[in-house]
Each structure stands twice: as structure tokens, then as C-alpha cells.
Design a protein. Sequence first.
Length: 150
Amino acid sequence: MRYAPGSSRPRPEARPELARGEGAGVLYLLAALGGALGALARWGVGTALPHSPGGWPWATLLVNLTGCLLFGVLIALLAARSPEPPWARPFLAVGVLGGYTTCSAFAVEAVGLAEAGHPVPAVGYVLVSVVGGVLAVAAGALAVRAVRSR
């Protein structure tokens, strides 16, 4: 059993038999559809917040931090629900949020900042992204528990 961050309540393990058995095709389609929606949302944020080479990559930082926050909310909600809907992780976690957040763009942008002669902002970007992401996941999970405990 795995636990949601900050939770003492175990959640059921992912059910790999669903990915191989009856209805597996639907789950794969849901993951793909969710991924497309998440990627479109990320593209929209990137278009709204463009950055120049050597500039601070606000769009990627925003999608990674908000994506982490939403991951925290999602895992706390799923941990509180038993059984969890079989479509939730493939569509929401793997699909929508997996398509929305982006570690590869984050890494490329950090290297780009360093190569553009901005090593201090590059290190700052890495620290803010990683620490901020961890804090955002925790904040999302804590927010759900606070609301649910009322």
C-alpha cells in the first residue's frame, strides 16, 4: 500500500489488471485524450507568457507549480475515495496533468539560462521549480484535507 502525502490512510495500489483486461482500450484512450487536453493547456500558457532566450521561463514554472498543486489535490481526493474510479488516474493524473506539466522543458530552459551566461538565475529557476513543486503538491493535499474535515 502507498499513502498520499501527509495521509495515514493507505490507498489501493494502482490496478495494472485494468490496463490489460476488458476495457483497457478505453483507459488508453482516456490517457491520450487527457494528455492532449493537458498539452493544449500548457501550450496556451506558453503562448500567453512567452519568454526570450535567456529570459526567465515563467510559463514553464507556472505550469509545473500549478500542475504540482493539482497533483496534490488529485492524490488527496483519490486517497479519500475508496474505491477510486478506474478512469481517474489514466485520464487525470497520467493524461491531463502529465500532459500539462513538463520536466523536459524545465531542464532545457535551465540549461538555456546557464548557456546564455545566466548561471545564477538558472540555479534559482531549478531551486524554485523543485522546491516550489514539492511545496505545491503538499499544499494541494493539505487544502483538500482541510476542506474535507469541515
